[in-house]
Ligand binder design. Structure first.
Ligand code: R5P
Length: 316
């Protein structure tokens, strides 16, 4: 399609506040979907405005009810395609099933890959997302998939504090590369935890910590906090090793099941997440900081529309 066609922002039902924030940053109107839940558990999604020839950005994060939201996303894309949208970009701040990205057990689905295929089959032309669980998930798409990173936002946030005695801690070996990049940007040393998970019950255990953390201000960086089991284990291990303070950062605040209660009871000095997933008012407490990703997404949408480079949004 011709670049600079009219941007049409459409919000799914998952995180309307984030959609609104993106629309405000772009100073553009935001359109909603009509979603009907039938008694037989089927969904019907309708686009209320003409989108013929438009550069459509459907904003829909993955959050509960995850499977209904996914079906809503697929139906919305299909509806946009049949309504002759010029180009359809699925803006998925937290990508559905992002942790199911490998066959690490026999006879299981690589569901993140399946979702990528479903989005393409539905009619998406591009994907815009943030901090995938592993960077190679980008290779699951045969259409353009842009992954913007929350790194700059986080770095700006932590630079406001005293970092003179800080150490960046990677919560597991898999996140070490990402944590190393943050440590590099903040000019801080790095420690790495040896975390292992035995099964699906979401309980993680820390076996070793590699690096010097005693008496330091630890900054743990992860891609997401789900049940907070990993963060709580990390907190215990670091306290046992005599850290001075601990702050936790994760891009996606999934905050599932016992997460909020666990974190409220913990000794974290601060827990920082972004608003890729909305946090209900009742789950907000005094030590929780929520950073706003709307300006980053607005910037990316504007660049995609005008055909400009996004590469400055891919780095920490
Ligand atoms: C795991 O590989 C991820 O990077 C996160 O550490 C994980 O999703 C956190 O899950 P939970 O909060 O349930 O321990």
């Amino acid at each position: 399609m011709m670049s600079s066609s009219k941007i049409r922002l459409i919000s799914g039902t998952s995180n309307p506040l984030l959609s609104k924030g993106i629309a405000q940053c772009l100073n553009l109107p935001l359109y909603n979907l009509d979603v009907v839940h039938f008694v037989n558990d089927n969904l019907k999604v309708r686009i209320n405005e003409s989108v013929r020839g438009d550069d459509v950005f459907l904003i829909q994060t993955s959050q509960p009810p995850v499977n209904d939201i996914l079906m809503e996303t697929l139906q919305a894309i299909d509806a946009l395609k049949h309504a002759s949208a010029g180009r359809i970009t699925a803006v998925l701040p937290y990508f559905p099933y992002v942790r199911s990205d490998k066959k690490d057990e026999p006879r299981i689905s690589i569901t993140a890959r399946l979702v990528a295929d479903l989005l393409q089959t539905a009619g998406a032309d591009r994907i815009l997302t943030m901090n995938l669980h592993s960077p190679q998930i980008q290779g699951f798409f045969s259409m353009p998939a842009d992954q913007i990173l929350a790194g700059k936002l986080i770095i700006e946030h932590f630079r406001k504090g005293d970092l003179s005695n800080a150490v960046v801690v990677s919560p597991d070996a898999g996140s070490a590369k990402r944590a190393a990049s943050w440590a590099g940007s903040l000019n801080l040393p790095l420690a790495i935890m040896d975390k292992r998970r035995s099964d699906d019950n979401d309980d993680a255990r820390i076996y070793h910590v590699i690096g010097d953390v005693k008496g330091k201000d630890a900054l743990i960086f992860d891609d997401e906090i789900s049940t907070a089991g990993s963060m709580i284990e990390a907190e215990k291990a670091l306290r046992n090793l005599g850290v001075n303070s601990i702050k936790a950062f994760a891009v996606h605040g999934v905050l599932a099941g016992p997460a909020v209660e666990r974190l409220k009871k913990s000794s974290f000095d601060e827990v920082v997440i972004t608003n890729t997933i909305s946090t209900p008012e009742k789950d907000v407490w005094d030590k929780l900081t929520i950073l706003d990703v709307a300006p980053l997404f607005a910037n990316a949408i504007s660049r995609i529309n005008s055909g400009d480079s996004l590469s400055s949004l891919f780095h920490n």
